[in-house]
Design a protein around this ligand. Structure first.
Ligand SMILES: NC(=O)c1ccc[n+]([C@@H]2O[C@H](COP(=O)([O-])OP(=O)(O)OC[C@H]3O[C@@H](n4cnc5c(N)ncnc54)[C@H](OP(=O)(O)O)[C@@H]3O)[C@@H](O)[C@H]2O)c1
Length: 228
């Protein structure tokens, strides 16, 4: 399969990229220009023909248009889009301490970025045998606690967008899922996280390859396929 992963240079995105390559898939690994690309560069040496490293910034629509052009010319089509890039800001602020810039930045990366990327890439999925769009969300989207507004609300909106899109793209045969990866050991999740990005990546691969079946009416699930 031909798979695009955003935020592929570290954390869950890097684990997904490594696993997909190991299992024989072709990967377009999106990362911001100027970010640390060491891990992807070393994968490129190993998987010269199946890895494309693409400069893709989730707050810059021009890089999305460029990515679509690149994939069209290199591959001609796409089977899976994984919107994985995300940021976590202002987690402890209460409603009366909110910072507008943190709210805007969170929605730009976690919500609007995936929406605009899908706008430019979905056309490439026509003709795919098992097209799938996966938006990596968070259980925090359902959190009714008194803080975490930027992250929680940006992911909640991403979930609603995923549900709307899934409903609309059903006829075209494109499955849309919003997957919570669990609390995992990455820069974002921290050292105390109980889960590993390797296990989550393996479960996401099982979903993509159809070994883990998801009920038709589910959109917001965890990485083991359970509805949230
Ligand atoms: N870790 C957890 O416990 C956990 C729990 C629930 C949900 N999630 C979700 O899982 C996904 C992956 O998280 P993670 O734990 O792997 O986080 P991470 O280790 O902090 O990695 C985040 C990735 O997103 C990229 N990114 C941030 N802003 C970007 C932008 N404007 N354009 C392109 N890429 C950008 C980062 O690239 P740079 O290197 O350029 O910054 C990095 O590759 C996120 O959507 C997160 O919300 C994680």
């Amino acid at each position: 399969m031909k798979i695009l992963v955003t935020g592929a240079n570290r954390g869950l995105g890097l684990e997904l990229t490594k696993l997909f390559l190991k299992e024989g898939h072709e990967v377009a690994a999106g990362m911001r220009a100027g970010s640390n690309s060491e891990a992807l560069d070393s994968l490129k040496r190993e998987y010269l023909d199946r890895l494309e490293i693409i400069h893709l910034d989730m707050v810059d629509e021009a890089t999305m248009v460029h990515s679509a052009d690149l994939i069209r010319s290199q591959w001609g089509s796409l089977d899976v889009i994984i919107n994985n890039a995300g940021i976590l800001l202002g987690r402890s602020r209460k409603f009366d301490q909110l910072d507008l810039e943190e709210l805007i930045a969170s929605f730009k990366v976690n919500t609007f970025g995936p929406m605009m990327l899908i706008k430019h890439l979905a056309g490439l999925m026509e003709g795919s045998e098992s097209p799938m769009i996966i938006n990596i969300t968070s259980g925090a989207a359902n959190d009714l606690g008194g803080s975490d507004y930027p992250y929680s609300l940006s992911k909640a909106t991403l979930n609603m967008y995923s549900a709307k899109l899934n409903n609309y793209l059903k006829e075209a045969g494109i499955r849309v899922l919003a997957i919570h990866p669990g609390w995992i050991k990455t820069d974002m999740g921290g050292e105390k996280a109980p889960g590993s990005p390797e296990t989550t990546a393996r479960n996401i691969l099982d979903i993509i390859e159809g070994r883990l079946q998801i009920y038709d009416d589910l959109v917001f699930i965890n990485h083991t396929g359970v509805g949230l």
